[in-house]
Unconditional design. Structure first.
Ligand code: ADP
Ligand code: MG
Length: 250
């Protein structure tokens, strides 16, 4: 579903991704861990067309991200082409970014109506199903300010799912939450994983990575330091940098 081959990304003179190689298979829960500043968010943003890679190749579902290849040459995709591809990828951020002037239902309905031209009635029905799925059927009419952080994050997940993505990206989805609210969000993500969704999850929740993750990558300073089965990497890290990081977070 995602394949990175020597992906590089720089901001001006600063090289943030220094040759990332990895592969995410369909239906896999792929966890990405690493210290702050190691390039995790930048990598997700590259997958989601929010940043353009400078070198290497990045593929989503077999298609090159951001470029079209003709012979040996690469051509940048037009904004309209990028917009079409971004529809297929859902992203959930640390901060929930819900529209404050819209109810939970309206937040979930918005993109299918605006982007896909779905009818209001259909979008409303689907929003109700999705809010039920994330355990918020009784909060459908609430505005974000009337919801807890965990509830807002579950609305954000429902909103991403409303576009029927083939890939979901999570960037530290529980990091901004009070501890007692983390579990409900992780439960929704676990449920989503069991439904077969392909997920890339940047997280500090090592319990989630161990129990739900199929693969785990430890990234540091823009490179993949170590990867493998989450249980193996977390209990028996081979690289010193991984050991040092885990000793601080576990
Ligand atoms: P992580 O998510 O692992 O904490 P990030 O991908 O957010 O790391 O950031 C990696 C590095 O890239 C940081 O040093 C950050 O300051 C830098 N960076 C990220 N985005 C930009 C940007 N738009 N312009 C300049 N530097 C950036
Ligand atoms: Mg980040």
């Amino acid at each position: 579903m995602v394949k990175a081959e020597g992906v590089h990304k720089s901001f001006g003179p600063v090289e943030v991704l220094k040759g990332i190689d990895l592969e995410v298979k369909p239906s896999e829960v792929f966890c990405l861990i690493g210290p702050s500043g190691s390039g995790k968010s930048t990598f997700l943003r590259c997958i989601n067309h929010l940043e353009k890679v400078n070198a290497g190749r990045l593929y989503v579902d077999g298609e090159l991200v951001g470029y079209r290849q003709k012979g040996d040459k690469l051509y940048e995709l037009k904004d309209s082409e990028v917009a079409l591809k971004r529809r297929d990828i859902g992203m959930v951020f640390q901060r929930f970014n819900l529209f404050p002037h819209m109810t939970a239902t309206e937040n979930v309905m918005e993109a299918p109506i605006q982007v896909k031209g779905v009818s209001k009635a259909q979008a409303r029905e689907r929003a109700a199903q999705l809010l039920e799925r994330v355990g918020l059927a009784d909060k459908a009419g609430n505005y974000p300010s009337q919801l807890s952080g965990g509830q807002q994050q579950r609305v954000a997940i429902a909103r991403a799912l409303a576009m029927d993505p083939k890939l979901m990206l999570f960037d530290e989805p529980t990091s901004a939450l009070d501890p007692e609210l983390v579990g409900d969000v992780l439960d929704v993500m676990r449920d989503l994983a069991e439904s077969g969704m392909t997920m890339i999850v940047v997280t500090h929740e090592m319990g989630f990575a161990r129990e739900v993750g199929d693969s785990l990558v430890f990234m540091d300073e823009g490179v993949v330091v170590e990867s493998g089965n989450p249980r193996d990497v977390l209990t028996n890290p081979q690289q010193e940098r991984t050991q040092s990081f885990l000793s601080k977070v576990l």
